[in-house]
Design a binder for this molecule. Sequence first.
Ligand SMILES: [Fe+2]
Ligand SMILES: [Fe+2]
Length: 271
Amino acid sequence: MDAFVARSLDEIRFWSRIMKEHSLFLKLGFRCEDTQLIQEADGFYRLFEQIEAKAHAFTTATDPQQIQTFNVEVYNAASHIWVFKRKVLGLILTCKLPGANNFPLLVDHTSREANYFRNRLAQLNNGQLEPLADAIIDENVFFLKIMADHAKFIGHLLDPSERKLVEQARDFSHDFDQLLWQAQDLSSMRPQSQTQPLLSQFLDQNRVSVASLRDFKKTARDLIAACRIKSIIHPLLADHVYREAERFLAIIDMFENSLTGKPSPNQGAWH
Ligand SMILES: [Fe+2]
Ligand SMILES: [Fe+2]
């Protein structure tokens, strides 16, 4: 099995679905009269839908050369949606879309995910993967910020009358802000901070909070799907942020296995 092919397909299958869903969420937040923006969002939805289907049609037996070409194609698509998201952010921040329903932080957040996806594809194609100790810190800094943002979105999209759930979301937001600062401190202390025990403790501590946020998101998702709570959270958005937490957990486990030298199916992906 070719690790490059497997890793590329795994990233594209996960993130193309995420990009497709971002297009839908952005579209739902535009005003009825923003027909141009709605059409652009629809275009990205179809583009990432096609990419997702193509990624599922390829297998680990596909020629690596063909995957390399596909990675470039997807890289370009991710770049284009990044430009679109930054354009929308600019329109919101200059008050050109009064009354629209996309939070600026949400638009910025989705653009950071597009940029992450694009960078992963570039790294895979260039064969220039970060050393393990750097990847551990950088991936955690990226994902902790993503998790902190999710907690804030959930807190603000729940109905204000759901006082207990709003409070829980606020606690998660605080918890992840603290973890993010810790991660940034560890990053600042590089390379001296990159010892096996410190990195291992860092992963353990993050894992505990991510698992607990993941469970909270799962509960919220199920409650929303069953129409048991009041919110303006789209059921697909609830599932979307749950899947991103699962992804982060899988990455943490993969790093832990690499640190301790345990064999892992994704080993070789980052170092
Ligand atoms: Fe997302
Ligand atoms: Fe996200």
